[in-house]
Design a protein around this ligand. Structure first.
Ligand code: ADP
Length: 526
């Protein structure tokens, strides 16, 4: 861009002014008055505006702004736009102070307005909307979760109710102060009372039998109530009046904080079990009787032989007496010794017959307190009779002061007889001199122990494996029930039946029965 600066001289001839628009080299016109400024010429200034922009504006400014120079008519005369055109958002104008020209320097930023506030608001709204959506989503999930839990809970409650209804075991909870706080339908049915009638009852409960009332009494302190965890048996009374046996398992009821709040009892009506047990006992009894009869078969021939002696003696004495009386020479005093002998022989025969009869006749199990010697003496004639038949000598070591025992005498007699019979059989093939049956009875703590010792063939491993199995016998005529029954009888008495080899050959069978004072049975009632 070029600019002219005209030069004029004043009247004194000094160059003192300039007049725009007057052209350089214009000749002074004729008629010009003296003293008027005289045009001298023009100075021409040339600006290169693009170069000004290039050099004067720093690069870092130019890259973010479009810088332009416009003239007085707003025409762009130079522009620098390194970073691209301005966005007319941030602009600035100022006049460019150049001699002789009126120009404007315009700055137009290429950056857009940050719109911070609106952005923040929008962002906030977005965040809030997202938060709301998330909350709703979580709420929905929570509702679903709750619904699922509720459904599961309902199902579980229904399941528990169904279980409770179908449970045959009676359940009842009593609080720490002895009140009934829960009963299940099975328990109600068992005692014939409704839940309303049972809940709140205080000990003694209405379903206790008279025996329970008498045992505890209404004022029994709680501390004295026996607490049994391993179960016990007692008798309850139905509302209709009949009594029935029950088995009770009692355990502490503990809440979620670990505090005991009462006692939980599960009660089983064991009437059926008792009936089955009775039937079983009866069958066992029958079996025992059969075994006794089988033994008796063997005994019968021995008995015939054994009775022969006293009967022959009686016959002889009777014939002698008869002859003496027929001759008429006899005094009544002379007959007394013969009659006395006759009586003794008759008593001997009667003892043999009674011991066999007692042994065979059926009697139910009846545990009573007995002197052991009494039981032993009852079976002794039978042992002697058998020993005589098998030509076996007997040896007894029975302690004199044995305590009383709690036993069913007939069963224990059978055990002794079975063991001695087996021992005699085991020695059958020995030379006569060696055949000795040794029986001992002694106290061992709270038990009385009986040993039946033979010096027979002993028990082989093969036989030992099946020794107590029912119907196992190595004898041609054997029933194979003897040892099995013996073991049942002894275990029923709370004792043990064992065997071990006799160090001098043969076998030692031993069994124990409880001493009377330690065998009493305790009854507990709740
Ligand atoms: P049974 O006498 O009818 O055979 P048991 O049950 O009494 O039935 O005995 C089973 C078997 O045990 C006998 O057949 C015998 O083989 C064996 N046994 C029992 N006692 C003795 C003993 N003292 N010595 C050797 N064997 C014995």
């Amino acid at each position: 861009m070029d600019y002219h600066f005209p030069l004029f001289s004043d009247q004194s001839g000094e160059q003192n002014g300039e007049k725009k628009g007057e052209k350089k080299g214009e000749p002074e016109k004729k008629g010009e008055k003296k003293g008027e400024p005289k045009y001298l010429g023009s100075i021409v200034v040339s600006y290169k505006l693009s170069a000004i922009l290039q050099d004067a504006v720093p690069w870092w400014f130019a890259k973010d702004n479009e810088i332009s120079i416009v003239d007085i008519d707003d025409r762009v005369v130079a522009v620098r736009a390194d970073g691209g055109p301005g966005l007319n958002v941030f602009t600035h104008s100022r006049s460019l102070d150049l001699p002789g020209v009126s120009l404007m320097l315009k700055t137009n930023s290429i950056n857009n307005s940050p719109k911070l506030l609106s952005n923040v608001l929008v962002l906030t709204v977005i965040v809030l909307a997202l938060g709301l959506s998330w909350s709703l989503w979580e709420l929905w999930r929570d509702v679903l979760r709750r619904q699922a839990v509720e459904t599961a809970l309902q199902a579980q409650v229904a399941f528990r109710k169904a279980m409770e209804k179908s449970l045959v075991t009676g359940l009842r909870v009593r609080s720490m102060d002895g009140h009934l706080v829960y009963v299940n339908p099975a328990f109600c049915a068992m005692v014939g009372l409704t839940e309303q009638e049972l809940i709140g009852q205080k000990m003694p409960f209405s379903f206790w039998t008279q025996a329970a009332y008498e045992a505890f009494g209404a004022d029994l302190p709680m501390a004295e109530i026996p607490v049994v965890h391993n179960g016990f048996e007692t008798v309850y009374q139905h509302a209709a009046g009949h009594e029935f046996p029950v088995s009770i398992y009692e355990s502490p009821l503990v809440d979620e904080n670990g505090l005991q709040t009462g006692w939980m009892g599960s009660i089983l009506d064991i009437s059926e079990r008792k009936k089955t047990e009775l039937t079983l006992r009866q069958s066992e009894d029958k079996l025992q009787r059969s075994a006794r009869l089988a033994t008796m078969g063997e005994l019968a021939s021995m008995m015939a032989h054994e009775l022969n002696q006293p009967l022959t003696a009686i016959n002889t004495y009777a014939s002698g007496i008869l002859n003496m009386m027929k001759s008429g020479k006899v005094e009544s005093d002379e007959l007394i010794p013969a009659l006395d002998q006759m009586q003794k022989q008759a008593v001997r025969a009667a003892t043999i017959i009674r011991s066999v009869h007692d042994f065979v006749v059926k009697r139910g199990p009846n545990r009573t307190q007995r002197q052991f010697s009494e039981v032993f003496n009852a079976v002794l004639p039978l042992i002697q009779m058998q020993a005589k038949t098998y030509l076996i000598s007997l040896k007894f070591d029975v302690e004199t002061a044995l305590p009383d025992v709690l036993i069913d005498p007939i069963s224990i007699e059978q055990v002794i007889l079975n063991l001695t019979r087996n021992a005699l059989h085991a020695m059958h093939d020995l030379p006569m001199k060696q055949r000795v049956l040794h029986i001992t009875a002694s106290r061992k703590g709270n038990q009385v122990q009986v040993e039946v010792i033979d010096n027979g063939a002993g028990i082989t491993e093969e036989v030992a494996e099946r020794l107590f199995s029912p119907f196992f016998s190595t004898k041609a005529e054997g029933m194979g029930m003897g040892l099995n029954i013996c073991r049942t009888i002894i275990e029923f008495h709370g004792g043990q039946l064992n065997y071990l080899p006799n160090p001098s050959g043969g076998t030692i069978f031993s069994f124990t029965v409880p001493v009377a004072s330690h065998g009493s049975v305790q009854t507990e009632l709740i």
